[in-house]
Design a protein around this ligand. Structure first.
Ligand code: NAD
Length: 257
């Protein structure tokens, strides 16, 4: 599979799943644009590392995905793209009647609204290039719910719905739009939830991982960032040309239950 000459923008890709996806796209030959809201030497060094390892062009562009104008500017600064992966996301866990309004607004903005802005900005470039792939990283929580994750579940369901709409709007063009729905993947986002869960249930780390986190994941194994990256690469392949407007679960059987 070669994506030589294609340019991929991956939002929220200085860590976790986004970085894993960027690495797999680069391994398949794509030039990649990494992104987050910071602008550190480490961010730029990550891009240089990906370029060196896979022999592609890679750069880092700072843009805050909570701000619509910056989402759109990211696409323009990159000169458009062939592949857009909307991956930036945050989490906050609280009962809905105690859910902090600023956290609600930030989750909806970063996890859902950003995909609207980047997709709107990227589609005209894809049309000019005559090919495009939009891949939205939703979640098992785009298809099911869990208590205390109202904002996240709302945003991810929104992303799944948006993916279907974009697919219908581009159905007769060489452009597809799909959502990937991961179950639990061990990344900094998930790692950050472990201490509070340990305290809440009075459990050790391993017990929390097996009995609480992976309780809904029948495989009892985390999905890996490489597997997520591989799924994105598949959606960019010739075999996936007629796959549009759907979800692909990478969740060890979570949504089969
Ligand atoms: P992570 O915390 O490792 O990565 C999140 C990325 O988003 C980071 O690169 C971070 O810098 C970036 N980001 C956060 N706020 C941003 C902002 N305002 N502007 C730009 N970038 C921003 O988490 P992750 O687990 O790799 O999550 C990546 C995506 O996968 C998220 O959308 C998340 O909801 C989704 N997801 C994760 C899991 C999981 O188990 N880890 C499961 C399902 C879905």
């Amino acid at each position: 599979m070669t994506l030589n000459g294609k340019t991929a923008i991956i939002t929220g890709s200085n860590s976790g799943i986004g970085l894993g996806i960027a690495r797999e796209l680069a391994r398949a030959g794509a030039n990649v644009v990494l992104n987050s809201f910071t602008d550190s030497d480490e961010d730029h060094a990550l891009a240089a590392e990906v370029a060196r390892e896979f022999g592609v062009e890679a750069r880092y562009v700072k843009a805050d995905m909570s701000r619509g104008a910056e989402c759109r500017a990211l696409i323009e600064q990159a000169g458009g793209c062939d592949i857009l992966v909307n991956n930036a996301g945050i989490q906050h866990v609280a009962p809905i009647d105690e859910f902090p309004v600023d956290k609600w607004d930030a989750i909806i903005a970063i996890n859902m609204n950003s995909a609207f802005h980047t997709t709107a900005a990227a589609l005209p470039h894809m049309r000019k290039r005559g090919w495009g792939r939009v891949v939205n990283i939703a979640s098992a929580h785009g298809l099911t719910a869990s208590p205390f994750k109202a904002a996240y579940v709302a945003a991810k369901h929104g992303v799944v719905g948006m993916s279907k709409t974009v697919a219908l709007e581009t159905a007769q063009e060489p452009i597809t739009c799909n959502a990937i729905c991961p179950g639990y993947v061990l990344t900094p986002l998930v790692e950050a939830q472990i201490p509070a869960t340990m305290e809440k249930y009075g459990m050790g780390r391993d017990e929390v991982i097996k009995k609480v986190m992976l309780e809904r994941q029948p495989s009892r194994e985390f999905a890996t960032v490489g597997q997520l990256g591989g799924t994105v690469v598949f959606l960019c392949s010739e075999a996936a040309t007629q796959i549009t407007g759907t979800t692909i679960s990478v969740d060890g059987g979570w949504t089969a239950m």
